[in-house]
Design a protein around this ligand. Sequence first.
Ligand code: PMP
Length: 418
Amino acid sequence: MSEFSQKQSNTVSSFDVHSIKADFPILQQQVNGHPLVYLDNAATTQKPEMVIEAISHYYRHDNANVHRGSHTLSDRATARFESARDAVAGFINSPASCQVIWVRGVTEGINLVAHSWGRSNLQAGDKVLVPWLEHHADIVPWQLVCAERGAELVPIPILDSGDIDLDAFAELLDERVKMVALNHVSNALGTVNPVAEIIRQAHAVGAKVLLDGAQAIAHYPVDVQALDCDFYTFSGHKLFGPTGIGVLWGKQALLDAMPPFLGGGEMIQTVSFSGSTFNCLPFKFEAGTPHIAGAIGLAAAISYLQGIDRVGAAAHEAMLLDYTLALAADIDGLQRIGAPRQAASIFSFLLAGSHPSDLGMLLDQQGIAVRTGQHCAQPLMARLGVPGTARASYSIYNTREDVDALMVGIRKAKSLFG
Ligand code: PMP
């Protein structure tokens, strides 16, 4: 059980998984002749009716470009777009809305920091640390900027459990480390990283910390001020919102000092051929027409989440993982990959005698959607010595029956693989 759900376990839960599931129209269908069992939530979550409706309403009634119109629709679109930013600010407890920068998702959020902050702050001999269990989105942008600046990208070792090796981390820390970038929760193994401790230690040597919240934001409350991270980024589509919209949050002094990432309209104050001056936050980082409907859809997703019992939801997801582990223990040859000290509701596994992708196909034939492969974490897979894994990742609408179906599916696959 997570700290969050444990802390609150004395309160009476109003969480009802069946009424939550009814809010997601896509889940009410058959796939390959079976009721859909959607267990690929770490890749993307499904959207509640409220989000679909908010996007549809925007296009039916309010669609216009923002910040530049002198007409009613543009004013309405701008008001809804900026109130979506306020909703995000409230959701993550940002001191100000201007610290919420719209990006396409975590990938763009990390690239923005690597290119803007990295290019202006990294020197030859500096180091950027990322744990061995990172997603490629938190490796490749740093590789690119480190190569350009003559800095070094250093992996932080992990234990076989999939936890960060905190002793090794402490040894790597010195005043040459300028950035520690890590996921809050691992997409491949579900590891919930001890981010508060990592941030404290990194700050003690003067390093900044970027948290990739892709897998945390839908499951745990995120308070950027309590965390004291320097940057936090997440994608809307993993939070029941649309694809193509996400958030980069940063401490204001850092964002103010950073040069623009992309150039174009909206991000400027003045332009002439002798040079340009730039807009204030957040617009300095938002060149071009933004994903207006995406921001409105994301605000609707946040509002949906704020309307449910999140403590109960977290306890429910923790129960789903516990239930999975209990049932999995009874299947010979079914091996959990990683066993982190604290795990989110992600079950990464292998079945002896089968390749994960064959297993994934067989499960799909039974209407069960899991992800198979390397989960954009090739260094992690190499470190663990596995070709990839099959991954079931749970969300607020998954039921115990979904876990039962997964186990039936795995047993059936096992009998076919012999
Ligand atoms: N980091 C982590 C931990 C992720 O799980 C993902 C998505 N799989 C990403 C980064 C990239 O997110 P996006 O594709 O939405 O930019």
